[in-house]
Design a protein around this ligand. Structure first.
Ligand code: CP3
Length: 370
């Protein structure tokens, strides 16, 4: 498969801990409801799944934020819940309520039926990846993604979102064997799914462990981290164009476990806004010339509701928090990829995002004296 030549590789270089002229940035959930053009396309598609399963619509909405803002990466428009859907749980989105599954996997019988699904059921995702990669015309790299085994399990047991994770935690404490059985299947599924995205043209992949942070300290390693590691161990290292494919792991609420996460076989760790970037850098960022993780994050998405002056001030704070990135082109060293600490809110004024992106690029160049 051949794709247009990449013009802006700043994001990929930062993932590899190579020096960059400015701090590259993208936003979690950058294609979404805060954009009026997204709402218009979604209305045309009729439903979220109508949007995600149609290659042309998925391509269109992936590119929408890039038409407005000079972002340094695109992220595939899809959802983490396509995976349990392909496992037969029947995903639908209830207006104003979020995702719901027709069936749950929460006892011996239903978990016993789970298996790694035929990837043909997710063909629409891989087709979208290839289509987006062409439509980008090499402007910026494309990120593929999946939910983590644990985060997927949360939705599969609860049957939707949850405020207390009562059902999934009850199962974990009552029948740890069943939880491990499901997590192993999820991990192997996520690995096959991400490898197919890589084959289809994804230039980096991200694992969203959105609910890892709800686990007790004693259980995070056994029920979340271990299975993320099982995914990473199975991932392809290069794409169809022979380029390395950086792997990003984001655990919401994961800052407490950074030292353990530093052991993961991945290039980048994503952090939410509760993390201190300086502390994270000294724990896992690695000195120049030594191995370590690139760090991605971590502006509180609610900062985007503030005035332009406050947004700029908070961007500077996050940049200062990370500190001076290394600038030595001859070796690897600590690097920062700017992002929000979690997904952008649907109520965010789009014009505030323009000032935000500009501030990250401008202030991070200034920091490097460029
Ligand atoms: O722009 C991008 O970041 C790419 C698209 C993307 C979506 N979901 C689109 C989406 C990505 C990367 C996701 C990941 C996702 N989905 C996560 C992990 C990231 C995180 O936020 O922690 C999770 C937990 C989900 C599950 C999910 N999908 C929920 C809880 C909801 C409903 C609530 C909400 O925030 O809207 C969705 C639906 C969804 N996924 C929407 C979008 C744009 C909104 C649906 C709509 O248009 O009505």
């Amino acid at each position: 498969m051949s794709f247009p030549i990449l013009q802006n590789d700043t994001f990929l270089r930062a993932c590899r801990r190579q020096a960059t002229e400015y701090t590259p940035m993208w936003m979690m959930r950058q294609a979404g409801r805060y954009l009026p053009e997204y709402k218009a396309t979604r209305a045309q598609a009729g439903s979220f799944m109508g949007l995600a399963t149609n290659v042309d619509f998925a391509t269109e909405v992936t590119l929408q934020p890039l038409a407005r803002y000079p972002l340094d990466a695109a992220i595939l428009f899809s959802d983490i819940l396509t995976v349990p859907d392909a496992m037969g749980l029947g995903l639908h989105f209830v207006e104003g309520e979020g995702p719901r599954f027709e069936r749950t996997a929460d006892d011996e019988a239903s978990i016993g039926q789970l298996h790694v699904p035929d990837m043909d059921k997710l063909r629409y995702v891989f087709d979208a990846v290839t289509s987006i990669r062409h439509a980008l015309q090499g402007r910026v790299p494309l990120i593929g993604f999946s939910g983590s085994p644990w985060t997927l399990a949360c939705y599969m047991v609860e049957g939707g979102g949850s405020s207390d994770y009562r059902k999934v935690k009850s199962l974990m404490y009552a029948r740890p064997d069943l939880m491990h059985q499901m997590l192993a299947i999820n991990a192997d599924t996520v690995a096959v799914y991400l490898n197919a995205q890589i084959d289809a043209g994804a230039q980096a992949v991200m694992v969203f462990d959105s609910w890892g942070g709800v686990l007790a300290d004693s259980h995070f390693r056994a029920f979340s981290l271990q299975y993320t590691a099982r995914v990473l161990a199975q991932l392809k290292r290069t794409g169809p164009d022979g380029q390395d494919v950086p792997r990003i792991v984001f655990t919401k609420g994961g800052a407490l476990w950074l030292q353990d996460m530093g052991q993961l076989d991945c290039e980048v760790l994503g952090l939410d806004w509760t993390a201190n970037l300086q502390a994270a850098r000294s724990l896992v960022g690695g000195a120049p010339g030594t191995p370590g993780k690139a760090l991605q994050g971590n502006l509180d998405p609610n900062v985007l509701f503030a005035s332009e002056a406050v947004i700029e001030q908070e961007v500077q704070r996050v940049l200062d928090d990370f500190g001076q990135p290394h600038t030595d082109a001859s070796c690897v060293g600590p690097t920062h990829i700017f992002n929000l600490g979690h997904g952008i809110s649907q109520f965010t004024p789009p014009e505030h995002v323009a000032g935000f992106v500009d501030a990250v690029h401008r202030l991070s160049r200034q920091m490097r004296g460029k």
